[in-house]
Ligand binder design. Structure first.
Ligand SMILES: Cc1cc2nc3c(=O)[nH]c(=O)nc-3n(C[C@H](O)[C@H](O)[C@H](O)COP(=O)(O)OP(=O)(O)OC[C@H]3O[C@@H](n4cnc5c(N)ncnc54)[C@H](O)[C@@H]3O)c2cc1C
Length: 427
């Protein structure tokens, strides 16, 4: 039985290990941290005795790879699936606007939903709809030379449409602003969301903490299929001979009995193990700040809200507490926790009826390198799964999946790396 070492236990590493163990490989997954999940995990907050995520994660109905993975590890019941798209947006002074697909059949349901989105004028809705219907006809080559802002401006999308629609979708899907993101990546995502059927635009949310929702199930699947998951062990270096990795040095031992390796660690972590692994790529990162706020009384009734034209992007309602998400947060991330809390409360009081007096406790989590910024430069230079070392394969959301830095990209990369190994053995 061929043996594969998988480095990293985030979505990419867990997916590789699940597909390889399913195919009968002897897999050892090695994770540096004391828990699985990478950038998507949950933990017990001791002050409040609540399980919270390091940051709220949203999946979408168009996350084909992720939904297939979740089904495979039998974790489907741990997620809430919207039947139809429904998002409540807030403007200042408690103005509430609904974006929802109507009851009629696809694609009319989405079209009617957009036409009823009253955050913008009727003429603006027609312009928006026209732009969305044009999506299949934009030249890919031209899109690769533009950022999102240049592209949508050329498509006659005015400031109001950008604030109430494009800005929110871009920051949600790409965690960056429309000036930095590649128009090509954004167009690809929009086609997946809006032009592929009824459920693609729906939101899927974990029903429990992230670790309970998928990490435990993935670990169980790997172990039931005779794989091993090892925590708190860091890969430090590779020994290379004749274009192959011959040995791996970890914080605990030296490993030589393997046929293949999949590295799923982020680029900055891979550089420590293999300094010249991917030299052409200059990745910039975007931060996400999550503010978990426990309430004496919860005034929110919806599961989540999007805020139009605010420093705060989303509010997720977990009953006893809410999670406020600031995406694209590089400008705020160095501020003190008190300053960030002040900004958040200022926005919440401006947009909702909630007052500071309702707050019992709060906790701020800053993820400085939450996602990479999908600029045109990066998109062109992402490495593929195969490397010049015959037995080393790469995965991770940053590798070449054509997707932005998301769970879906991580899962897709993990599946591709596993399939490349299986194909190598078969051939
Ligand atoms: C706050 C936040 C919110 C987000 N929201 C969303 C969202 O709503 N929707 C969405 O789709 N995506 C979201 N993302 C992005 C998503 O979390 C990532 O794209 C995805 O988790 C990346 O998975 P990965 O396996 O590629 O990498 P990682 O999760 O980074 O996993 C890599 C693993 O490798 C381990 N490692 C590193 N070095 C070593 C070493 N030397 N030896 C052994 N192990 C090592 C790390 O500890 C880590 O566990 C969000 C990210 C953050 C931080």
């Amino acid at each position: 039985m061929k043996k594969c070492i998988v480095i990293g236990g985030g979505f990419a590493g867990l997916t590789s290990a699940v597909y390889l163990t399913k195919a009968g490989y002897n897999v050892e997954l090695i994770e540096a941290s004391s828990k699985l999940g990478g950038r998507a995990y949950s933990f017990l907050d001791k002050n409040t005795n609540t399980i919270i995520d390091n940051g709220q994660h949203i999946l979408m109905g168009c996350y084909d790879e992720t939904l297939k993975f979740i089904k495979l590890i039998k974790a489907e019941d741990n997620f809430h699936f919207q039947k139809r798209l429904r998002v409540i947006f807030l403007k200042p002074n408690f103005e509430t606007l609904v974006l929802k697909s109507s009851l009629v059949f696809y694609p009319l349901n989405l079209l009617i939903g957009l036409l009823n989105y009253k955050a913008i004028t009727f003429i603006e809705r027609i312009k928006l709809l026209r732009f969305i219907l044009m999506l299949p006809f934009f030249s890919k080559k031209k899109l690769e030379r533009m950022n999102v802002s240049e592209w949508i401006n050329r498509g006659h999308q005015n400031e109001n449409i950008i604030k109430a629609f494009w800005g929110i979708i871009a920051v949600g899907a790409l965690n960056t602003n429309i000036e930095k993101a590649s128009a090509r990546v954004f167009a690809d995502i929009l086609k997946k969301i809006f032009l592929r059927g009824n459920s693609s635009a729906t939101i899927v949310l974990p029903a429990y903490g992230l670790s309970e929702s998928y990490c435990n199930h993935a670990e169980k699947f790997i172990e039931e299929n005779k794989g091993k998951v090892i925590l708190s062990e860091t890969i430090q270096s590779f020994e290379i001979e004749n274009e192959k990795v011959k040995g791996i040095t970890t914080s605990n031992r030296k490993i030589t009995d393997f046929d293949f390796i999949i590295s799923t660690v982020p680029k900055y972590a891979l550089e420590k193990i293999l300094p010249d692994a991917v030299d052409k790529l200059n990745i910039h990162y975007s931060s996400i700040i999550s503010v978990h706020i426990w309430l004496k009384e919860n005034p929110f009734s919806e599961p989540f809200y999007g805020l139009i034209d605010s420093a705060v992007h989303w509010i997720f309602n977990h009953g006893t507490h809410i999670t406020v998400v600031i995406s694209d947060a590089n400008e705020l991330v160095e501020k003190s926790k008190e300053e960030i809390y002040d900004i958040v409360m200022h926005e919440i009081e401006k947009y909702t009826k909630m007052k500071r007096e309702l707050v019992d406790q709060y906790k701020i989590i800053k993820e400085k390198r939450a996602t990479f910024i999908p600029s045109n430069d990066i998109i062109k230079n992402r490495p593929s799964s195969r490397t010049k070392l015959m037995n080393l394969f790469l995965a991770g959301d940053w590798t070449d999946t054509s997707l932005p830095s998301t769970i879906e990209s991580a899962v897709k990369s993990g599946r591709i790396a596993a399939e490349n190994i299986i194909a190598t053995v078969v051939n």
